[in-house]
Write a protein that binds this ligand. Structure first.
Ligand SMILES: [Mg+2]
Length: 307
């Protein structure tokens, strides 16, 4: 039986650690920088070692909303994302210093219309900005299959409603949920199938397990949602433990923080909190708040399951 406390904490702390690890090399071309070996400072946001970016801020907004609303409230989630954008809510620096295009446009639309279903359905708007914050929706709904699909789709389409964004979220949620249920990471990665998704879409290359055979130099930069997922799953497959998995992901460069944040959600849940290097956790900003939110998401999922 899987230790759920360790898996839930691992997922959220893994997300934040991946984000903080990759932040110093975000936007850098692969192999154009000294390989990362741990938490470091700098990068285009000039962060201190252990500080994280929009990925973690938005995941914490989503987690806090799920916990305080004791369930899914799209409007409350978007209000918190707006507060992050306008006031620096849930930012470890106190400011929103980076925001993706699709999230920015969705928040602007929400601010005018008050309609939380503000994600663009245009296929060209297929960034990774909803996938990077997804774990809290899966953690809260774990144990209830139909609830998971609904919350995963709905928590994605508030800001990212393109078919590729929705497909990527469903496939990643299925993988993450199976790992939390106790299936081994390797077995899930060898069979990432998700019944019910169309066979002709971009997600098919993930479902076919192409990342199991891809060479590092053939991976994309990770800004496109399908590539972000592919790169993260590649790192999870290649990594021997949690530390090496997140370093492999962050050292890909490009959208390094987000790819490592996605890998961190999954690998963190699979290996558990205990496998995160102590030196990383010591530096990680808001470690206690993140741990407490993970525990609160576990309590919420157990309440929902019992209801
Ligand atoms: Mg980021």
């Amino acid at each position: 039986m899987k230790n759920l406390t360790s898996a839930y904490r691992g997922a959220l702390l893994g997300l934040a650690c991946g984000d903080a690890l990759g932040a110093p090399v975000e936007f850098r071309r692969r192999d154009s920088f000294e390989p990362l070996t741990g938490m470091s400072s700098g990068g285009c946001w000039n962060l201190e070692a252990g500080q994280w970016t929009d990925d973690t801020s938005l995941a914490l907004c989503l987690a806090r909303s799920l916990v305080e609303k004791q369930g899914f409230c799209a409007k409350d989630q978007m209000q918190r994302y707006w507060r992050w954008y306008s006031e620096g809510y849930m930012s470890c620096t106190g400011d929103c210093f980076d925001i993706g295009n699709a999230t920015h446009r969705a928040l602007a639309r929400f601010n005018l219309s008050d309609d939380p279903w503000a994600g663009d359905t245009n296929p060209s708007m297929s960034g990774n900005g909803a996938l990077m914050r997804l774990a809290p929706a899966v953690l809260a709904a774990h144990g209830q299959q139909t609830l998971i699909w609904r919350w995963v789709i709905d928590s994605t389409r508030t800001t990212h409603a393109s078919p590729d964004c929705i497909d990527a979220a469903l496939v990643f949620a299925n993988i993450l949920d199976r790992v939390i249920s106790g299936e081994s990471l390797r077995s899930v990665l060898m069979n990432p199938e998700h019944p019910g998704l169309p066979k002709s879409t971009a997600i098919q290359r993930i479902l076919n397990g192409e990342y199991l055979h891809l060479k590092r130099e053939h991976l994309g930069d990770g800004f496109y949602v399908i590539e972000a997922l592919e790169n993260a799953l590649w790192a999870c497959w290649q990594g021997e433990d949690l530390e090496s998995t997140l370093l492999l992901a962050a050292n890909l460069g490009g959208d390094a923080d987000t790819v490592a944040a996605i890998a961190g959600q999954l690998a963190g849940a699979a290996y558990g909190e205990e496998q995160l290097p102590k030196a990383w956790l010591k530096k990680l900003a808001w470690r206690k708040d993140i741990t407490d939110l993970a525990d609160a998401l576990l309590a919420l999922s157990q309440q929902l399951e019992a209801a």
